[in-house]
Ligand binder design. Structure first.
Ligand code: BES
Ligand code: MN
Ligand code: ZN
Length: 493
């Protein structure tokens, strides 16, 4: 889909569809007002008949509106004007794009960015317009033999009050972030028989070629040499060799320390010998969504040409039961030298991450953020709305929360207090890999914190936000918007 901006009023637009908003109680927005005037009151006549009251989510397509050059007018309900904010703006965009794509229009002119959204500027409105539109139009059909017919809709123009560099910048950022989300969604949606650790490595190399990034991939032997006993312990039960993928973007001078993103890349999590129950186990193909978000974010950052350095690290492995698999009670030595008693082989995410976090030290990072579908407990705590956030620095935590709020890809902070470390005590090793039922997400983060003492670090638990279950099952592309927004901020510093 092509996205552009266009300044000026909508009444002379000759597009296949012009979309304008209507607030509750049939109040026309300025763009709708202009169309109505040009059409000599036709819109108001329609509203009077009671077919569109402006309720949020309502749409109405009008054909052959007199004196207008467009083929269709789409009325989009916006709800109450007094309640119109970021969420309502994004919902209205999604509704409009979905409704337009359902018509035969080949191009659309959306007037929604003219609306006032409290606390948000034009750049924000355009950024979100591109992200929401692309997100709404996303389809995953790589694994279907019959593809749905190509969309008639080829381009969307977003109306702006005047020509504006900020609007164009916002749109460009939105395009890049949307493309990064699509990368993350595609990788997440692919089944685990296709998306293996080797496949992820090949995709990283492909991204490197397309976006002038640098990719390198460590194999089993390299991991042995580095002493990554925890990562190797997870991979032992699988026939698929593990990979440690490093993807680098250099957008600032060599003296600028990089931000390191570490993404959990378990391409399938059976639980290992601590086998998971059968129900919904297919969803454990999404256990590499942290990795996918790292690759997607690097693509977005490269497209935006941000003035920062970013290193993406993906420890990729399957977690399988097998004759050689790690057993409960096994003790392994991590790259950091700390020993871990693996009491539950299903707590494998923290095992692959801990060695990746130690590996991150060599990049002398300004900050490290890991992203992981780490705990079912996080889904219980925060549901599918907020990502769990943990950090060893308040400033970094605030910055990430702020980025998530701006990107409408929100996180919520949970504590990382020392008091919880008690639960990880082991009689046989320096630390156990599980901390019991209470505060499962916190003890998982506490485990990771022991390997992240050398730098400013944050951990995002995306177990509830990386994909949706049910009839619309699929990867969401989160938290690419949060991460990209965070890096836009870091690049500006
Ligand atoms: N990948 C899972 C976490 C998960 C489960 C995410 C369900 C989304 C939905 C992780 O590897 C895992 O199995 N965690 C265990 C940890 C436990 C054994 C301490 C969990 O959450 O049950
Ligand atoms: Mn697991
Ligand atoms: Zn897992």
């Amino acid at each position: 889909m092509e996205f552009t901006t266009k300044a000026g009023s909508p009444e002379r637009i000759a597009a296949g569809c012009v979309a304008v908003g209507v607030f509750e109680q049939r109040k026309l927005t300025p763009a709708a007002e202009s169309l109505d005037r040009a059409a000599r009151g036709h819109l108001r006549d329609v509203l009077k008949r009671g077919d569109m009251d402006g309720r949020a989510g309502a749409t109405r397509v009008l054909y052959d509106v007199p004196h207008l050059r467009c083929e269709r007018v789409l009325l989009v309900g916006l709800g109450r004007e007094s309640e119109f904010g970021a969420k309502q703006y994004r919902d209205a965009l999604r509704t409009a794009v979905t409704a337009v794509a359902d018509t035969g229009a080949r191009d659309a002119h959306l007037c929604l960015p003219e609306l006032h959204v409290a606390g948000r500027d034009l750049e924000w409105k355009l950024r979100h317009a591109a992200i929401v539109a692309a997100d709404a139009l996303y389809r995953f059909e790589e694994t279907k033999s019959k593809k749905s017919p190509a969309r008639k809709l080829k381009s969307i123009t977003f109306a702006t009050p005047a020509r504006s560099a900020a609007a164009d910048r916002g749109l460009a950022q939105g395009r890049a972030i949307a493309a990064g989300m699509a990368v993350a969604r595609d990788l997440g949606n692919l089944p685990a028989n296709i998306c293996t650790p080797a496949y992820l490595a090949a995709q990283a190399r492909q991204l490197a070629r397309e976006w002038r990034l640098r990719a390198s991939v460590l194999g089993t032997r390299d991991m042995q040499r580095l002493g990554m006993g925890a990562l190797l312990a997870v991979a032992k039960g699988s026939r698929q060799p593990p990979k440690l993928i490093v993807l680098r973007y250099d957008g600032a001078g060599r003296g600028v320390k990089p931000v390191v993103l570490v993404g959990k890349g378990i391409t399938f999590d059976t639980g290992g010998i601590s086998l998971k129950p059968a129900a919904e186990m297919d969803e454990m193909k999404f256990d590499m969504c942290g990795a996918a978000s790292v690759l997607g974010t690097l693509r977005a950052v490269a497209e935006m040409k941000l003035a920062c350095n970013v290193v993406g690290i993906v420890p990729a492995s399957e977690n399988m039961p097998g004759g050689a698999a790690t057993k409960p009670g096994d003790v392994v030595t991590t790259m950091s030298g700390q020993t871990v008693e693996i009491l539950n082989t299903d707590a494998e995410g923290r095992l692959v991450l801990c060695d990746a976090l130690s590996y991150a030290e060599r990049f002398k990072p300004q900050a490290v953020v890991d992203i992981a579908t780490l705990t079912g407990a996080c889904v219980i705590a925060l549901g599918n709305v907020a990502t769990g956030l943990f950090s060893n620095r308040d400033t970094l935590a605030e910055e990430l929360l702020e980025s998530g709020a701006d990107a409408w890809d929100r996180a919520w902070r949970l504590p990382l207090w020392d008091d919880y470390q008690e639960q990880l005590k082991s009689p046989f090793a320096d630390v156990a890999n599980i901390g019991g039922r209470p505060a499962g997400s916190v003890t998982a983060a506490c485990f990771l914190s022991r390997f992240a003492e050398a730098y400013e670090w944050a951990h995002l638990d995306i177990a509830g936000t990386a994909w949706v279950s049910g009839k619309n099952k699929g990867a969401t592309g989160r938290p690419v918007p949060l991460l990209a927004t965070f890096l836009i901020g870091r690049a500006a510093k």
